[in-house]
Design a binder for this molecule. Structure first.
Ligand code: ZN
Length: 196
């Protein structure tokens, strides 16, 4: 199949247009036919990487009203970055030529809530808290809307880590061949707001 190559700005526009359809209950469910599924067997050219939270209320294909082959989605609680996440993103950018990365934080993120509580957690949960805590330490003094600020700070920090990931992502961002944006999803309205 032939692919339409989007620029980073066109990719962002397409995401936000899909989100607007979702917010207004005007979903078009694109790229979900049998024909489209079959056409994708030989390859994919997703136009955006979404690093989002594993939270069941924030499924990227639904909230952006897109379909098969459109989004390269990496989901992990708290939308945190580690080497496995960076490797996944690098695969999309290098091998699938995805021009845009969006880190998507969301309202009432449980991973951020737990990190703010600072209690002792069981099993592997402390690893998650360790990954989120540095973003929150920076804003600890701001008591008004602390959770919301922490969620945004955490998403921004992930975006910074992606931009700083040497050599691949760092170089591509520097050369203006890759764009990394941060966004915030409001659970109630369904709206995605680009924050940086
Ligand atoms: Zn979350």
């Amino acid at each position: 199949m032939s692919y339409v190559m989007l620029t980073a700005d066109q990719a962002l526009e397409s995401l936000l247009a899909g989100n607007e359809r979702y917010v207004n209950a005007k979903l078009t469910h694109p790229h979900q036919t049998i024909e489209h599924r079959t056409a994708l067997v030989e390859g994919q050219r997703p136009f955006a990487v979404i690093l989002g939270c594993a939270d069941s209320r924030v499924p990227p294909e639904i909230i952006f009203d897109h379909g098969l082959g459109d989004l390269f989605v990496v989901r992990v609680a708290g939308n945190v970055v580690d080497d496995i996440v960076l490797g996944s993103i690098e695969y999309a950018v290098l091998h699938l030529h995805t021009p845009l990365i969006m880190v998507l934080g969301h309202a009432n993120c449980g991973a951020v809530v737990e990190t703010l509580k600072g209690e002792n957690l069981e099993g592997h949960l402390p690893s998650l808290v360790r990954a989120i805590k540095p973003a929150i330490d920076k804003i600890k003094d701001q008591s008004v809307d602390l959770l919301d600020k922490a969620i945004r700070a955490n998403a921004n920090r992930s975006a910074e880590q992606i931009r700083a990931a040497r050599p691949i992502l760092y170089e591509l961002v520097k050369a203006d061949k890759l764009k990394v944006v941060t966004a915030y999803y409001d659970l109630a309205s369904g709206k995605v707001e680009v924050i940086s």
